[in-house]
Write a protein that binds this ligand. Sequence first.
Ligand code: FAD
Length: 347
Amino acid sequence: MNNGLVVQESVCLRELNTLRVGVTARFYTKVRTLGQLRQALTWARERNLETLVLGGGSNLVFAEDVNALVIHLAIVGRCWRDVQDSQATLVLGAGENWHEAVLYASGAGYRGIENLALIPGTAGAAPVQNIGAYGVELSDTLLSVTALDTETLEPVVLASNQCDFAYRDSLFKRQPGRYIILEIALLLSRSRPLALGYGDLKQYFSGRQVSRSLTPADVAQGVMAIRRRKLPDPAQLPNAGSFFKNPVVTDQTWERLNRDYPEMVAYPADHSVKLAAAWLIDQCGWKGYRNGKVGVHNRQALVLVNHGDGSGRDILALARRIRADVEERFGITLEMEPRVVPASLGL
Ligand SMILES: Cc1cc2nc3c(=O)[nH]c(=O)nc-3n(C[C@H](O)[C@H](O)[C@H](O)COP(=O)(O)OP(=O)(O)OC[C@H]3O[C@@H](n4cnc5c(N)ncnc54)[C@H](O)[C@@H]3O)c2cc1C
């Protein structure tokens, strides 16, 4: 015990990651304030220990016991700033539950993040891989990130354009451990058009008679209904969401693929083409595959699931086989979306 900091030894992380992998953290602490976070980092430094920041554990694959101090970030709080007629800034503590924040903002009539409903995890992790769904990315509304620079132990404010956001990527993902996100600020609007153009969402709302204008809360409900139909709930069937990123290829590669596989699913991206990784995996016959403890979801080939006491290594072994098949058949190398801990055991 040290000024509110409680460090526990040998803590099982099974309930703290959505794949329900039962590894042990050598040390674990839950931090609720900036002061505790600084103390935790100093405590680890004094003992020459690595640290790992944990949010909701929904984008992590633990491949073995974690020989580090796991810092479970629980700095909460939310408030509105700079409220004007048509827009306002929503500030969220890093430990806030992301989905609840979406319901809160869309319920208040603010637009911008409603398509990101039901993505598990915390607000603080949302910028790490620039979460995205149904045609919207966090970077579309993110104004700034306040983070602790672990080199100086001082907070810094990074504007959105300093975060190097890209598809499921950011400065924070490329430099894990350098910044610990304390809060995020989102610029939300009461008037921007709702983003309803994306495949499933378009279909969902075109098939419904709505006698009034759609609200952001309606869109959030639509997204939730679609996601519940298509994606397994980690509480029932442990998983880490999409296991692979959708590969982005050049126009020339796309021409070749499209010639060989005219039915291949793809979407236009910036000066390139984004392929549907789920389609590639499905074509290799993996959808619904089960190998004892782990498998591939039977409605979404992109989601690897843990049927029981599968380990992170079981999941990664399956992912390697899937990646090899896709590579052999299509000449495309799939890239993993979740972070593997330790990185040396990743694909
Ligand atoms: C069923 C399911 C559906 C999903 N759907 C989507 C989707 O549609 N779109 C999408 O983009 N993602 C999706 N995901 C992935 C995941 O929910 C997101 O990446 C989410 O933002 C992870 O949040 P988390 O708090 O669980 O992060 P964690 O898994 O705890 O951590 C993820 C990474 O972020 C780091 N991190 C966590 N908090 C902080 C912080 N405060 N500061 C710095 N680094 C931090 C961790 O060290 C780790 O590297 C899905 C996952 C599941 C299980």
